[in-house]
Design a protein. Structure first.
Length: 389
């Protein structure tokens, strides 16, 4: 069972301090998670008191690492291309494959690409890279999937395709006007990764979903929410209140079924049981468990995949995650997620597989558009004639 945990109030921080924190965490990701106790860079960073000095140190480390990466990539490109000159019998396919497989995508040169093609070696693909580039496109264009990211737009769109959503009890209200009662879900109108999402159970317990904390009551919920807004983790005092969907057991909150869908084809499913204990498991589209905590196979995963495929095919975008709730009697639509909060955290094999799926989805979508496919449900909601910003 969830136990009450002490929640420290979140203090207001300066812009520089917040920037240092973000840069430091990005650096930790580069250097490798779980290494903070042994990595001299992190030890040095932790010993610096001045925020400005921390920024200068991080910039210095990044510059040095960039130079090392450049030398490393030059070595692999040169070794792979020149291998036939010093291996004697001609190009060693395994050697060239090793060089190319260890090159970052953005640092593979044209000669290495040609050699890979001649030897029928697969080039790298990356979901992380594809979604990051998609985020850059978002700066330049009105991307179709991001229009559906608004939590108020997703449910009406799903209903056009015959998929039920939780009843919306309050829409766009400030925190002080939330009618706090049992069996509801409180969430910010915009946000991701469950930040600012709270569940009020049927017996009145208040649960912070992100931290899996049981809050003491209404006042602690308000203070916690205000802290998120002060930190900028929740941008606006603009909240939605929905009915709580009861899960398959008829008592606890419904489990999440998050479908990674690539223009009409779901490739990966994340199944999350939050209560009474947090369990998460990854499945492929056929329902085979990949990794994670062992859970009884959700009887509606296949149904969720079928719905996600159908909904995804109606959206003119190469990728969108479609989140469902496994209700007691049916699958309930949750929300659309254009850019999952942990999309950089996939292992290399999964990142490659999803990267290939992303590229295939782009081509299928382009072919359908060239063949004159219409997207009637999407066109009813959005003006598809709008151009770049």
């Amino acid at each position: 069972m969830l136990k009450p945990q002490e929640t420290r109030p979140i203090q207001r921080q300066s812009f520089v301090r917040r920037m240092v924190k973000k840069v430091a965490w990005n650096l930790i990701s580069i250097l490798g998670r779980g290494m903070t106790g042994r990595n001299p860079w992190i030890s040095k960073l932790n010993s610096i008191d001045s925020a400005a000095a921390k920024v200068r140190y991080v910039q210095k480390v990044c510059q040095e690492q960039s130079e090392r990466n450049s030398d490393f990539s030059a070595f692999l490109n040169t070794a792979g291309v020149a291998s036939h000159k010093w291996l004697g019998d001609g190009p060693d396919k395994d050697f060239v494959a090793t060089c190319i497989a260890n090159l970052p995508i953005e640092q593979i040169n044209e000669q290495s690409v040609r050699r890979a093609e001649r030897l029928s070696l697969p080039l790298r693909a990356s979901f992380r890279v594809s979604l990051t580039l998609r985020s850059k496109k978002k700066e330049l264009f009105r991307l179709n999937e991001w229009r559906l990211g608004d939590k108020r737009v997703g449910p009406p769109y799903a209903s056009k395709l015959g998929v039920r959503s939780p009843a919306l009890l309050q829409n766009g209200v400030p925190l002080n006007e939330i009618d706090l009662k049992n069996s509801i879900v409180i969430k910010p109108a915009s946000g991701s990764a469950s930040t600012g999402v709270y569940i009020v159970t049927g017996d009145g317990k208040i649960i912070c979903v992100k931290e899996a904390n049981l809050l003491s009551g209404k006042e602690e919920l308000k203070e916690h929410s205000r802290g998120l807004m002060r930190e900028g983790l929740v941008r606006h005092d603009d909240w939605l209140v929905e009915e709580l969907v009861i899960g398959a057991d008829g008592q606890s909150a419904a489990a999440d079924i998050k479908c990674y869908t690539f223009y009409g084809r779901t490739e990966l499913v994340l199944y999350i049981q939050r209560y009474p204990r947090l369990k998460s498991t990854w499945f492929d589209r056929e329902g085979n468990q990949l990794h994670g905590t062992n859970v009884a196979l959700a009887p509606r995963i296949a149904e969720a995949v079928s719905l996600a495929d159908r909904i995804g095919a109606s959206i003119p975008a190469p990728f969108i995650r479609i989140d469902f709730l496994e209700g007691k009697d049916d699958i309930v639509f949750g929300e659309f997620t254009p850019r999952p909060g942990t999309y950089c955290d996939r292992d290399a094999e999964t990142d490659y597989r999803l990267g290939v799926a992303f590229l295939c989805a782009e081509e299928r979508l382009l072919e359908d558009l060239l063949c004159g496919k219409k997207f009637p449900e999407y066109s009813e909601v959005f003006d598809v004639t709008e151009g770049p910003r």
